[in-house]
Design a protein around this ligand. Structure first.
Ligand SMILES: C[S@@+](CC[C@H](N)C(=O)[O-])C[C@H]1O[C@@H](n2cnc3c(N)ncnc32)[C@H](O)[C@@H]1O
Length: 206
């Protein structure tokens, strides 16, 4: 399968929601990976605990199709949704309905001149605060220092809605606590790259 290396999220094409809304069973917790690519992380989470819904948000539609075919073939409770994560959270999730969000390696726009294409920004952090349930977890990790700082700034700048589990303006030093890895995380660990991690608790809604 041919997969574009990048999709430019500033294109007006991505402003309209063109994805398929998943159906969620009431009472079944929802975990979300923003920018899931092949959703390795979610498939591994689903194998650990199949009682939950695992939703990957992804702007490259070829990957969305690939993930959904794999989910259908394996019966895993994983679904990918084609969307622009910052713009379409409210199309996919009811308010305060999400139990946990993962933001794993939200590259590729790490150059400063491409900052407007980045995924973790004020819009995403605000949108997530309204979809996350009180007490829900946010986990972010990256091997790009600039993106780690931008992520910390985005969540910490909204400290009325999120509490940093490591303490204010502090990275999470205890590693990935979930026992599963995304493809980028696996790659970074195998090649010895540093990884900066953050964990927040959603305390209040906007
Ligand atoms: C570097 S990949 C990381 C994939 C996976 N999370 C991992 O750690 O292996 C980042 C993914 O985010 C997706 N992405 C970037 N901007 C996005 C946006 N605004 N909405 C949804 N997905 C986005 C990209 O298409 C890409 O697949």
């Amino acid at each position: 399968m041919r997969i574009r290396q990048h999709a430019n999220p500033t294109r007006t094409y991505y402003e309209t929601f063109r994805g398929v809304r998943p159906r969620f069973e009431p009472g079944r917790p929802i975990e979300v990976e923003v920018g899931c690519a092949d959703a390795q992380f979610l498939f591994e989470r689903a194998a650990q605990d199949p009682s939950r819904h695992y939703v990957g948000l992804e702007i490259r539609d070829e990957l969305v199709d690939w993930v959904n075919k794999k989910a259908a073939a394996t019966g895993a409770p994983v679904v990918a949704v084609f969307c622009h994560a910052q713009k379409h959270l409210a199309e996919v999730f009811a308010p305060a309905s999400v139990a946990r969000v993962y933001v794993n390696f939200p590259d590729p726009w790490f150059k400063r001149r491409h900052a407007e294409r980045r995924m973790v920004d004020d819009e995403l952090v605000t949108g997530l605060a309204s979809r996350l349930a009180p007490g829900a977890d946010v986990f972010m990790q990256t091997d790009v220092w600039d993106l780690a700082l931008a992520g910390l700034e985005a969540f910490e700048g909204r400290d009325v809605w999120y509490a940093n589990q490591a303490g204010p303006w502090t990275f999470w030093r205890a590693g990935n606590p979930f026992g599963v890895r995304s493809w980028r995380e696996q790659n970074a660990e195998e090649t010895g790259l540093p990884i900066w991690r953050m964990r927040f608790t959603r305390t209040a809604a906007p």
